[in-house]
Ligand binder design. Structure first.
Ligand code: BTN
Length: 330
């Protein structure tokens, strides 16, 4: 039989306590006061945590000390690194879900606070742009959806996708030293291959935005063999490019901090700075590109993006086209 929610959340709470006092012992008494449970129950949770890969020292009359934490994206792991105040203040972690977008959509309708983050260790039906699927293997990526409630007109919502892309590129650089490029509108590339995809979905009524759900998928420690053979030439991961494991929780925390700073700037001063930053990371501006929409294909020079985040394409006759949603090839 599956474990109750209380059991799981008590274990998360215990883990948080051990993490907050990392480097020292936490007494059994303190844990049982904090969690309101018996010494036997504590021991049971410690055994479960050990099964999950945590190394916890237990010494009589001293208590418990966390010695090693595995590379996980649970709430305590993320909060250990987190300094943002609004984004990811509320985290909903799941071991396995169909899609974090679905859960975020539901939580948003239930009026969860702005900044709520839904994150999963695995997605069984991850969604990509343009109706595609998104491979989300267990334990090796970041599969998350963030709920924002900006007071902006509907047509400005694509700006938030670009803001998210810049935040992820900055966080990748801060965490790994790797320079990512952004391919309009929202693919993040490492050495020309896609490592990150962003899917923005809206909940709106007439012109009023109820919520923007920003879904971010990052191939962090995904091995080449985990990619579908059809993707191996075009997809990559941070680990493949940098040759080392990346701490997923630390990267999530860093993205939330970068996003919080830029989101604040955006709400206060508009899209100007984000546009400049985005253009600094863009791989295609000034280059000849091919644009594929659902119905047609166009070629020309990518001239830049508008204030709304729309791509400007100049065709061979000098005519400028506004591209709202498409795939581009260089
Ligand atoms: C793309 O097609 O490039 C966008 C991919 C977005 C994938 C992420 S993973 C977390 C969130 N949940 C989903 O089902 N999709 C997004």
């Amino acid at each position: 039989m599956g474990e109750t929610m209380e059991g799981k959340s008590m274990r998360q709470h215990l883990l948080q306590l051990l993490m907050e006092q990392r480097g020292s012992f936490v007494s059994g008494q303190e844990i049982s006061d904090e969690l309101g449970c018996s010494r036997t129950a504590i021991w049971k949770h410690i055994s479960e945590l050990r099964k999950e890969g945590y190394v916890i020292d237990a010494v009589q009359r001293k208590g418990y000390q966390l010695m090693y934490a595995p590379n996980r994206v649970t709430e305590p792991e993320i909060k250990r690194h987190l300094q943002s105040t609004v984004l990811a203040k509320h985290i909903r972690y799941e071991e396995s879900v169909k899609s974090t977008q679905e859960i975020a959509q539901r939580l948003s309708y239930e009026h969860c606070p702005e900044g709520t983050l839904v994150i999963a260790d695995e997605q069984t039906g991850g969604r990509g742009r343009l109706g595609r699927s998104w491979q989300s293997p267990k334990g090796s990526g970041i599969w998350m959806s963030l709920i924002l409630r900006p007071d902006i007109p509907l047509q400005k919502s694509p700006q938030l996708t670009l803001l998210a892309a810049v935040s992820v590129a900055k966080a990748i650089y801060k965490t790994t030293g790797m320079q990512a490029e952004i391919k309009w509108p929202n693919d993040i590339l490492l050495n020309g291959k896609k490592a990150v995809g962003i899917l923005t979905e809206l909940q709106a009524e007439s012109d009023r935005i109820h919520a923007v759900i920003i879904g971010i998928g990052i191939n962090v420690n995904v091995a080449e063999t985990e990619f579908d053979p059809s993707l191996r030439d075009i997809a990559t991961s941070l680990k493949i490019e940098g040759n080392e494991d990346v701490n997923r929780a630390k990267l999530v925390a860093c993205i939330m901090e970068e996003m919080e700073t830029l989101y604040h700037e955006y709400l206060q001063n508009g899209f100007g700075l984000i546009k400049l930053l985005w253009e600094g990371y863009a791989e295609s501006i000034g280059k000849r590109i091919r644009v594929r929409t659902l119905h047609e294909q166009k070629e020309g020079i990518a001239k830049g993006i508008t204030e709304e985040g729309v791509l400007l394409l100049e065709d061979d006759l000098g005519e400028i086209h506004h591209i709202y949603s498409a795939d581009i090839e260089i």
